[in-house]
Design a protein around this ligand. Structure first.
Ligand SMILES: [Ca+2]
Ligand SMILES: [Ca+2]
Ligand SMILES: [Ca+2]
Ligand SMILES: [Ca+2]
Length: 363
């Protein structure tokens, strides 16, 4: 080419995309001119979809006298494409929800969640971590993103956990997705009795309890809506019955202290919940036949006949009397001498009778 010859420059390639991506500047030149290949448009120029190298030539043309374009020179250009971290990890769903039974064994896999990253090499290598509420109950495998149970669940304490799974590529791009773990109820609680034993006293011959006598157990499963069923497990009589549905204790035939050796009806009542299989718990029930309220103390070992010498002195013990009280502890019984208190005295708590000061024992 002559110093002052005019020519045009253009990109030439069998790969049509090269013409879309690259441009040469200037397009018209005279003589020696620095030529720049510039990127025009990078749409589709993606290492991750396999475009790792682009080849083309920069050609110089002159116009002939006839007006035809004549290639006079060309130079090959090879462009190697380098990968860039231009993709974030992507989860296939915007959020995930998993249902698990509350009795799921520790170590169980709850979820299998993957994020994909279209970059190559480390830029496309994803590692996972778990955040959010419930992080103390679950863990994730940093390599495969699976979520595992690490600690016991309890539907009665917490019904769901809202986690967040983070996927991070080797170039530091991060995506997160919400993972909701919803627990399902399992019948894992037996009914709980409101009292650890039940006790009532009824009068001899009674045919009903006044007021009503009811046993009650509650169950925390099924959001507290379990139906409880009551059954007598063992009983020392057939005088009492328990309503299956309400737990009310009823008298079937008049009570008598002679029915049982201790004057007391004794049962063990079992409460069942409505689970499959049902769970149960037992409670002892005592019904004493006697007089509810206050009964007289009763002296034991009566009559007390004692002989003492007339020479007995003040404070000498004569005898110890003892009374028991059907209603309460015997230590609550107090003693007093009703008559004959001139010569004798009694200890009001111990029942010990002794010679009184200034007693005249001379017969
Ligand atoms: Ca990436
Ligand atoms: Ca539970
Ligand atoms: Ca239950
Ligand atoms: Ca439960």
């Amino acid at each position: 080419l002559g110093e002052n010859s005019r020519y045009s420059l253009a990109i030439k390639s069998s790969d049509r995309r090269a013409l879309q991506w690259f441009d040469v500047e200037p397009s018209e030149a005279y003589g020696r001119t620095p030529v720049v290949v510039r990127m025009k448009d990078n749409a589709g120029l993606d290492f991750d979809s396999g475009v790792k190298q682009v080849q083309f030539s920069v050609a110089a043309y002159v116009l002939t006298k006839e007006g035809e374009k004549l290639e006079v020179s060309s130079s090959d250009v090879v462009v190697n494409i380098l990968d860039a971290n231009d993709n974030s990890p992507i989860f296939s769903q915007p959020s995930y929800t998993f249902s698990v039974p509350e009795n799921l064994p520790i170590g169980s896999q709850i979820a299998e969640i993957k994020a994909t990253d279209n970059d190559s090499g480390d830029f496309g290598k994803v590692s996972y971590s778990l955040r959010g509420f419930g992080i103390n109950k679950f863990s994730t495998d940093p390599v495969n993103g699976n979520i595992y149970l690490t600690s016991k669940l309890d539907y009665e304490k917490q019904k769901s956990y809202s986690l967040s799974l983070e996927a991070r590529d080797g170039g530091g791009k991060v995506s997160t997705v919400s993972v909701l773990v919803v627990l399902t109820d399992v019948n894992d609680n037996p009914p709980a009795w409101e009292s650890n034993q039940y006790q009532r006293t009824v009068r001899e011959g009674a045919t009903s309890f006044q007021p009503q006598f009811s046993l009650r157990a509650l169950d925390s499963d099924n959001d507290g809506r379990s139906q409880i069923t009551y059954k007598i497990l063992t009983s020392n009589s057939d005088v009492l019955e328990v309503d299956e549905e309400t737990g009310e204790v009823r008298i079937v035939s008049p009570v008598s202290s002679s029915h049982t050796s201790r004057g007391q009806y004794e049962m063990v009542v079992r409460a069942f919940d409505d689970g499959t299989p049902p769970l149960h718990s037992d409670v002892p029930v005592f019904v004493r036949v006697g007089v509810p309220g206050n009964q007289r103390p009763v002296f034991r070992g009566v009559p007390y006949n004692v002989t003492i010498p007339e020479t007995s002195e003040t404070g000498d013990v004569v005898v110890a009397v003892r009374a028991t009280d059907p209603d309460g502890p015997d230590t609550a019984v107090h003693y007093k001498i009703a008559n004959g208190a001139d010569n004798f005295q009694i200890n009001q708590t111990s029942g010990v009778i002794s010679v009184a000061p200034a007693a005249i024992l001379d017969p």
